[in-house]
Design a protein around this ligand. Structure first.
Ligand code: DGL
Length: 240
């Protein structure tokens, strides 16, 4: 069994990528919408929250944990790796992908406050900074996506992101953001999107082989901490 979690349904963008190549394993996806958003929480608050989730998933028999949330990854991965005796895979903003591409052009990097303020993010940014990256903290955007508030999502993009018209690349540094690619394109044009989902899938495959996790029925269990019916329905429709 493999456990995946996020502050809500955003991590489905990572899970979809995983299922493309690794469908024959059993998964539990834990959507913590009760504590959403993670992006504005302190590291101390977040550590207590994710500690409970990972504890639950490990007790349910998960042999590998995937943090499908950039904020929780940046702020909690080291703590979780030290505390739990299972491999913990963490997502990170896809700065390296853009760096490796080496084509000229400006890049907009969007992420939560928690991610951008973190030491882990700073380290990553300094390592792969090509001097053409605009950093934009997107407070509140993940909540709008979580609640599927189309009108407010469009207003938000127009208000805070329109100024980046002309960028060539957008790094989606929060797992909720790939859900609004179309809305971003409407305002910012035909940009290239980058996110960390593929990197997570590759790492998961490596870890599965390393620990010798056996293939199974390919079952998927979805848990929402707020037991929100709308969210449960949305998860399944996004997954299919
Ligand atoms: N999806 C999460 C991330 O990747 C966090 C969204 C939130 O709860 O603020 O950062």
């Amino acid at each position: 069994m493999i456990g995946i979690f996020d502050s809500g349904i955003g991590g489905v963008t990572v899970f979809r990528e995983i299922l493309k190549t690794l469908p024959n394993y059993d998964y539990i996806y834990y959507s913590d919408s009760l504590n959403n958003p993670y992006g504005d929480k302190s590291q101390k608050e977040l550590l207590a929250i994710v500690d409970n989730i990972v504890n639950y998933l490990v007790n349910r028999g998960c042999k590998i944990i995937v943090i499908a949330c950039n904020t929780a990854s940046a702020l909690c991965k080291e703590y979780l790796r030290e505390k739990f005796n299972v491999p913990i895979i963490a997502i990170e903003p896809a700065i390296k992908q853009v760096y490796d591409k080496k084509t000229p052009g400006k890049t907009l990097l969007m992420a939560t406050k928690g991610t951008m303020d973190s030491e882990k993010f700073r380290e990553l940014y300094e390592k792969y900074d090509n001097k053409e990256i605009y950093l934009q903290e997107c407070a509140g955007l993940a909540d709008l996506i979580e609640n599927d508030d189309q009108e407010q999502i469009r207003e938000y993009i127009n208000k805070y992101l329109k100024k980046y018209q002309g960028v060539e690349n957008i790094i989606l540094g929060c797992t909720h953001y790939p859900l609004i690619k179309e809305e971003l394109k409407e305002v910012l044009g035909d940009v290239y999107f980058y996110d960390g989902a593929k990197g997570v899938e590759k790492e998961l495959e490596r870890v599965i082989n390393k620990i010798g996790l056996e293939q199974s029925k390919g079952s998927i269990e979805f848990i929402d901490s707020a037991k929100n019916k709308k969210k449960i329905d949305r998860f399944w429709s996004l997954l299919n």
